[in-house]
Design a protein around this ligand. Structure first.
Ligand code: NAD
Ligand code: SER
Length: 319
């Protein structure tokens, strides 16, 4: 049975991953952590520790107090926020990861931390982007994610720390809003479709990016952590994807359920530039071959579920 410290546990992924892992491993075995006191289910169902990942002592204290053997490291500054404050993105993403890896080395913990499609840049092949290819990102977030993958590789090869990680695409979910990424439009569009039957998109039509629904993302993390180490040729940089679409395609899918839905565009040039530098679609065959990655949700199934779940949460009928 694992005992896992989750950093950044109150964010978009952490808030759902903690509950998912508590269901699998038991409430007391998943220690959520973050920089502010939680409310609701995370606080009520299991342990929580205040941990700022820039402070290695806080990470070490939480690991020792709970005798944790694994860390899922989610604390980070994402792409759009990172471009507004590159120094903060460097500080949290690089020093935070270094601290997590050092504490893991000293306490014999495994580390699983997500990388991102942001590792790629404008010179990367755009379609069916290979896992091993040109990686010259043009955002601070992307720079920290490439460096983070290499740092995890280093801790595995030099110190034998069991490091693992996927390159997530845009994650779409209905529990916690995303924290300032380039792909966030694909979450906001569902909220606005239900609330106002219209949405103004900050990315242009034709902007294709990889995406994934949260249930598949949660499975990706758990399945990779549980994967047989002897089958892993790669470790910290698995391409994973579930779908690729542009704003027109997700709007058309929503219109099948809400025929009066309308979308217009007001392009944010800074975020558009980031999106333009990322792939249209990824090749995730290594994850499929090495640890059985197989997403369940495509755009159609995700849209049905997003609208059903959000309409319950917002108490808004759409049928
Ligand atoms: P998020 O922004 O929703 O959550 C990150 C959490 O980290 C927030 O609660 C934030 O308060 C916390 N945090 C920030 N600085 C911290 C610090 N110094 N100490 C402790 N906590 C701190 O992000 P997310 O979407 O949940 O992302 C989790 C991980 O997954 C990140 O590594 C991110 O790069 C990666 N990822 C996410 C996506 C996505 O679409 N959500 C896609 C690719 C990769
Ligand atoms: N969804 C993330 C972002 O847009 C990808 O890492 O920043």
């Amino acid at each position: 049975m694992k005992k896992v410290l989750v950093t950044g546990a109150l964010g978009q992924i952490g808030s759902e991953l903690v509950m998912h892992m508590r269901n699998i491993y038991g409430n007391d075995n998943i220690i959520a952590s973050g920089r502010k006191k939680p409310e609701g289910a995370i606080a009520e169902t299991g342990p929580f520790e205040m941990v700022d990942v820039r402070n290695p002592q806080e990470i070490a204290d939480a690991i020792k107090k709970h005798k944790a053997d694994s860390i899922v490291h989610l604390a980070a500054i994402l792409s759009a926020t990172g471009e507004k404050n590159p120094a903060a993105a460097w500080d949290v993403n690089m020093n935070g990861l270094y601290n997590v890896l050092e504490v893991a080395r000293e306490n014999n913990c495994a580390v699983c931390t997500p990388s991102s499609i942001a590792v790629f840049g404008p010179s990367t092949p755009k379609d069916n982007t290979p896992q091993e290819t040109i990686m010259r990102p043009t955002t601070m977030y992307g720079v920290t994610k490439v460096a983070g993958e290499l740092l995890c590789d280093y801790y595995h090869s030099k110190y034998n720390v069991d490091t693992r990680g996927v390159r997530f695409p845009g994650i779409i979910s209905n529990a916690t809003l995303p924290g300032g990424g380039t792909t966030d439009y694909a979450v906001h569009i569902y909220y606005e479709a239900l609330k106002k039957k219209k949405y103004t998109c900050f990315l242009d039509k034709g902007t294709y990016m990889d995406m994934m629904y949260m249930p598949d993302a949660l499975n990706a993390i758990v399945d990779l952590m549980e994967a047989d180490a002897s089958k892993l040729i790669d470790r910290n940089a698995f391409n994973v994807t579930a779908m690729s679409f542009d704003p027109e395609e997700i709007a058309a899918e929503i219109k099948k359920h809400i025929p009066e839905f309308q979308m217009d565009y007001d392009i944010d040039q800074d975020i558009q530039q980031i999106a333009n530098s990322w792939p249209n679609s990824l090749d995730d065959s290594a994850a499929r071959e090495q640890w059985g990655w197989s997403p369940k949700y495509d755009l159609s199934a995700m849209t049905q579920d997003m609208l059903d779940e959000l309409s319950k949460k917002l108490n808004l009928q759409y049928k």
